[in-house]
Ligand binder design. Structure first.
Ligand code: PGA
Length: 249
């Protein structure tokens, strides 16, 4: 059985003080939640405070990105070992905002994923089509290309340790959530790709999260789909009550 993951991506929101206030409330609200893994991904400056605030709870901390080197002259970058050292367990990789605004490609997604694994972080690797691609009937082709070029190069042992996230770009931050049916279709397609490359067992074990306008009032329909193994939540993860009610769907 695949254990559900509910992950929050704070994007570029919250100072250290705001992060501390969030955790003070949130940790209490999800204390009884044993049915899923809970992950919160604050921006870099708030990570250490978040890890400290979440220590001893059932909430894990993730970064929103990482560089693939261990250390070196890479101004502005943050490495896997640095993230591990402050208690991070996860890292989002290849989010569409990174692809769209910061030149992320399938090739750099792969490098970051490998680095995360090498340094003991669980990468949450994002794929998803834009609205133009969906309207042009290219959704399947785009997802397959992102999977083949950015993920399927991993050896089977590494693939088994990653988490995938399907995030249709048109649903991110727009309030326009994918219907459970649309999301489930995409998840099935991604799992079929995983099966083609890694076989039945690996495909059955890989967790695929849905992301894009997940809210307390639409999470249940999405989670009812057998191929949807959790959620990657942006806007609705910023408020402790809202995110807790998603966790406790
Ligand atoms: P959203 O963002 O929930 O605000 O749509 C999701 C994401 O980008 O991970």
């Amino acid at each position: 059985m695949r254990k559900t993951i509910i992950a929050g991506n704070w994007k570029m929101y919250k100072t250290v003080a705001e992060a501390k206030a969030f955790f003070q409330r949130f940790v209490e609200l999800v204390r009884e939640a044993a049915h899923c893994e809970i992950v919160v991904c604050p921006p870099f400056p708030a990570l250490a405070a978040a890890a400290e605030a979440a220590a001893g709870s059932n909430v894990a901390i993730g970064a929103q990105n990482l560089y693939w080197g261990k250390e070196g002259a890479f101004t502005g970058e943050v490495s896997g070992p640095m993230l591990r050292a402050i208690g991070c367990q996860y890292a989002i990789v290849g989010h569409s905002e990174r692809r769209q605004y910061f030149g992320e490609t399938n090739e750099t997604v792969l490098k970051r994923t490998q680095a995360a694994l090498e340094y003991g972080l669980t990468p949450i690797v994002c794929v998803g089509e834009t609205l133009a691609q969906r309207e042009a009937g290219q959704t399947g082709a785009v997802l397959i290309e992102q999977f083949r070029q950015g993920i399927a190069v991993l050896p089977a042992g590494q693939f088994a340790r990653i988490v995938l996230a399907y995030e249709p770009v048109w649903a991110i931050g727009t309030g326009r959530v994918a219907t459970p049916q649309i999301a489930a279709d995409a998840h099935r397609l991604i799992r079929a790709e995983a099966r083609a490359v890694y076989g039945e067992e690996a495909a059955g074990a890989i967790r695929i999260l849905y992301g894009g306008s997940v809210k307390p009032d639409n999470v249940q329909g999405l989670m009812a789909q057998p191929d949807i193994d959790g959620a990657l939540v942006g806007g609705a993860s910023l408020d402790p009550v809202s995110f807790a009610s998603i966790v406790n769907f």
